[in-house]
Design a protein around this ligand. Structure first.
Ligand SMILES: [Zn+2]
Length: 163
């Protein structure tokens, strides 16, 4: 039997967050990570590693189901694919969850779709005026819905970002 090495995560080698896990920084210091990744070269190890983790984050499904009502009144449980955030609000309190089909028929004036990590950063940056607290909450809604529970320990983060 071949046993592969367990990923141990990567720690930030430089800067004011030196020693912190990249996985933790992506969730808790998203603007700092954006800044670092835009400053460093594209082929820098940190940038490559962080982009891989973001890609992995995005590939993880939301675990909840949409109670989808069919035209005949029956209910199907369909996978949730979209988190929507209420745009006119200044605080990210109005989160709704949709399957693809329900999203199709939803009035888009009432919510912006957040499908990816990048979407969460974008909305934190624009709708919520680049406030770290609001962006962190958007990301928290996402990672909780994707199955990361409890405290953000190194063990939990590495499990979540590598499996
Ligand atoms: Zn639905």
């Amino acid at each position: 039997m071949v046993k592969f090495a367990t990923p141990k995560g990567m720690r930030m080698p430089i800067g004011k967050h030196k020693g912190k896990l990249i996985e933790w920084l992506l969730l808790k210091e998203p603007f700092y990570m954006q800044y670092m990744m835009s400053t460093l070269k594209q082929d820098d190890n940190i940038t490559i590693y962080a982009n891989d983790r973001i890609e992995h984050f995005n590939s993880k499904p939301f675990l909840g189901k949409c109670k989808h009502e069919n035209k005949d009144g029956t209910i199907d449980l369909l996978p949730i694919t979209i988190m929507s955030v209420y745009v006119p609000s200044d605080i990210p309190g109005s989160i709704m969850w949709f399957c693809d089909s329900c999203w199709e028929s939803f009035d888009k004036a009432n919510g912006a779709p957040v499908r990816t990590y990048e979407d969460a950063i974008l909305h934190g940056d624009t709708w919520f005026h680049r406030t770290k607290r609001a962006t962190n909450r958007l990301l928290e809604y996402m990672y909780r819905a994707k199955g990361l529970r409890g405290k953000l320990t190194a063990k939990a983060l590495i499990e979540f970002f590598h499996n």
